[in-house]
Design a protein around this ligand. Structure first.
Ligand SMILES: [Ca+2]
Ligand SMILES: [Ca+2]
Length: 130
């Protein structure tokens, strides 16, 4: 039993070495809530904050705002960079991003990750473009 336990332990270690990245601190991105219904051409302000796992804001990180699409690639709406507190702020003139299935835009914020930090995406907000 001693020997078997040792073997299992060695396998577990090997799997851990392969699957768990040596770098890649977890991140969390928060996108502040957005109006659920706006007229076309309304200036929407996307604000939020990117956090490292210690809840400290992550500065100088690239943030993308996307329109989520179920079939096609998500549409990139606007990009920005976080400030010293990890906060971001971008503006967008609201417009329809899809001809199908409806006139809503499904907005989320995304941090693509770096060598030192893993990627994260925010919750999604649906905006009706009037
Ligand atoms: Ca969409
Ligand atoms: Ca789209």
């Amino acid at each position: 039993m001693e020997a078997v336990g040792g073997v299992i332990g060695d396998i577990g270690g090997a799997i851990g070495d392969i699957l768990v990245p040596s770098q890649g601190g977890a991140t969390r991105i928060v996108l502040d809530s957005i109006s659920s219904s706006v007229s076309e051409g309304t200036i929407i302000v996307f604000t939020g904050q990117l956090f490292a796992s210690n809840n400290i804001g992550l500065a100088g990180a690239s943030i993308n705002i996307y329109d989520d699409d179920p079939i096609a690639f998500d549409d990139l709406i606007v990009t920005g960079t976080t400030d010293q507190d990890g906060r971001f702020r971008m503006t967008w003139s609201a417009k329809t991003m899809d001809t199908w299935p409806d006139s809503s835009v499904e907005i989320y914020a995304s941090f693509e990750g770096t060598n030192a930090y893993s990627s994260s995406t925010s919750i999604k907000y649906t905006i009706e473009i009037q």
